[in-house]
Ligand binder design. Sequence first.
Ligand code: HEM
Length: 130
Amino acid sequence: MTEDKRETIYDIMGGARTVRMLVEAFYPRVQQHPLLAPLFPSDIHPVMEKQYLFLSQFFGGPSLYSDQYGHPMMQARHLPFPVTKERADAWLGCMSAAMNDIGMPQDLKDFLLERLQGPAYHFINTSDSD
Ligand code: HEM
């Protein structure tokens, strides 16, 4: 760590290895969730890779997503999908369970979930789940 570089939450959580583990624990849960599974393609691997790139950047690590895909515009990227309050809660629930799966410490888990809650609720775009 050089003097001019502050430690980020990405560093604190364990960097690339932890983000990778988190994404790998998260998507199998998404695929099993009755409210979420129908929205996702059966080949989940491209989505997992994009999420790895995005969360690395979101948590303060390298700007992997923007380097490859440009401005994230995440809310816009979710517009084609019916994101309800129930689905936002389900998404956060799968993320919480994935954090437990990888043995993330409780205080770190609480902090990261709070950071994710903002965008998750922001992406709600309908009350109609069809
Ligand atoms: C609120 C509930 C959410 C739902 C229901 C949801 C659902 C989806 C769906 C259906 C896709 C597209 C999958 C495909 O490519 O076919 C997607 C993509 C993605 N989501 Fe979400 N999502 C939610 C919240 C979030 C949150 C909170 C984040 C991150 C903070 C996030 C990050 C991403 C990323 C990075 C992608 C890939 C974007 C791309 O195509 O480049 N999502 N999401």
